[in-house]
Design a protein around this ligand. Structure first.
Ligand code: ATP
Ligand code: MG
Length: 387
């Protein structure tokens, strides 16, 4: 019996004239997510994408990989049946027997995309439901509270039978909403912020500030591990590793201790914006959340933001740590994020940071630095790693 994966996509159906653009982006991303060894057919019809591997043994692996492709709402293993009602009855009983033998309450739903098919949807339900009921003595029909819904779809060439769905990643196809640059630290918040942005179809690249030898190879490995997990959702992500030691030492030497963090963050933003412009990104993304630490009070965020012209999006701005952690666990970054290696921010953290920085004072302190040169040198020293 032929088997395939039926892929449903939700939100992009709503996109009117742009719909083909979103659908093509989704099909491209699906192809890229399949195993290199994949052989088979992929096609799209009637708001469904069909992925049919020549070898049905890889269907579970295909479904697993496609759960990370944004734009997909659900995935189902479906069995292909000839398009006549007798084959649909016996075929459904045969292919779904492993499920139907082990439950009691069931219900059949039918969809008739081919309106020329001689039976209506309610008639298909009645025929198939009656046959299943006669074949499996354990089954009772329960339309209100079924344990499983048996789906029978009649489409152009074939009929399909399936039950049970795997939830897709939702969102919009990656790349359908331009590009942005993520400031990726080794913490919990920025990978979540990146995931949330990519979910809306935004292709990400990343910038990481690295202060060797104050932060060591293991801290860098940790960030690269996080980047790899994110790349499951955002394949082939360029990570720009920025040498940040010189800038940090200059700040420490020349600026008042309580202003170190805020000035450091303003320099990070300037560097990130330069890299974003060079790489075609339209916005910066950070993992900041109001009030979480001294540098994330409303005053500090405003002073930090003041140095860049590009929009800065902060998808977790209104979330509590607990809510961010829930997403970090779901996407698989949490366990890596809590590994203990220090971050470049923690190395130079002042004891009493300024929680209500005044812009004019900060600008005064920055006048003691050659910011343009520090930024230019950092950008020049970038190492790009693609994950
Ligand atoms: P996170 O959990 O994302 O590290 P955080 O709560 O520790 O965030 P900060 O350390 O103040 O907060 O950093 C705020 C944001 O600045 C981070 O979410 C991230 O976007 C960016 N950032 C901080 N440190 C770095 C770094 N070393 N490289 C790149 N971006 C960074
Ligand atoms: Mg951090």
């Amino acid at each position: 019996m032929k088997q395939l994966v039926l892929i449903k996509y939700g939100e992009i159906i709503l996109k009117g004239l742009n719909r083909p653009f979103f659908e093509e982006a989704l099909v491209k991303n699906i192809k890229a997510a399949l195993p290199d060894s994949f052989k088979g057919q992929i096609h799209r019809a009637q708001a469904t994408i069909y992925v049919e591997p020549d070898d049905p043994a890889i269907i579970d692996e295909v479904i697993h990989r496609l759960t990370k492709v944004f734009g997909i709402t659900s995935l189902t293993r479906a069995f292909v049946l000839p398009k006549d009602i007798e084959s649909m009855k016996t075929g459904t009983a045969e292919v779904l027997a492993p499920v139907l033998q082990n439950i009691r309450r069931f219900k059949v739903e039918a969809k008739r995309a081919d309106k020329k098919f001689p039976l209506t949807s309610p008639q298909i339900c009645q025929e198939v439901g009656g046959y299943l009921h006669d074949t499996f003595p354990n089954l009772v029909c329960d339309v209100h509270n079924p344990e499983e819904i048996v789906m029978v779809e009649v489409r152009d060439e074939y009929a399909y039978a399936y039950c049970g769905k795997v939830k897709g990643a939702g969102g919009m196809p990656l790349g359908s909403n331009s590009k942005a640059t993520l400031l990726l630290s080794g913490g919990i918040d920025s990978p979540v912020a990146g995931y949330m942005t990519a979910k809306r179809g935004v292709k990400l690249n990343a910038v990481h500030f690295f202060s060797y030898p104050y932060t060591g190879e293991r801290a860098k490995d940790k960030v690269m591990s996080l980047a790899k997990i994110l790349a499951g959702y955002n394949p082939r992500m360029d990570v720009h590793i920025v040498p940040f030691t010189e800038a940090q030492l200059a700040i420490k030497k020349n600026c008042p201790e309580e202003q170190l963090t805020i000035i450091m963050r303003r320099i990070m933003m300037r560097i990130a914006e330069k890299i974003a412009l060079q790489t075609g990104s339209k916005a910066l993304i950070t993992g900041e959340s109001i009030g979480q630490v001294a540098s994330q009070t409303m005053e500090a965020l405003a002073v930090t933001n003041e140095v860049v012209r590009m929009p800065v999006f902060r998808p977790v701005i209104g979330m509590d740590k607990e809510e961010i952690v829930t997403i970090a666990r779901k996407i698989g970054t949490f366990e890596t994020s809590i590994l203990p290696y220090e971050d470049c921010c923690t190395v130079f953290t002042p004891k009493h940071p300024n929680t209500k920085p005044k812009l004019d004072r900060i600008i005064q302190s920055e006048a003691k630095l050659n910011i343009e040169e520090l930024v230019a040198k950092a950008v020049e020293g970038v190492e790009v790693i693609t994950v």
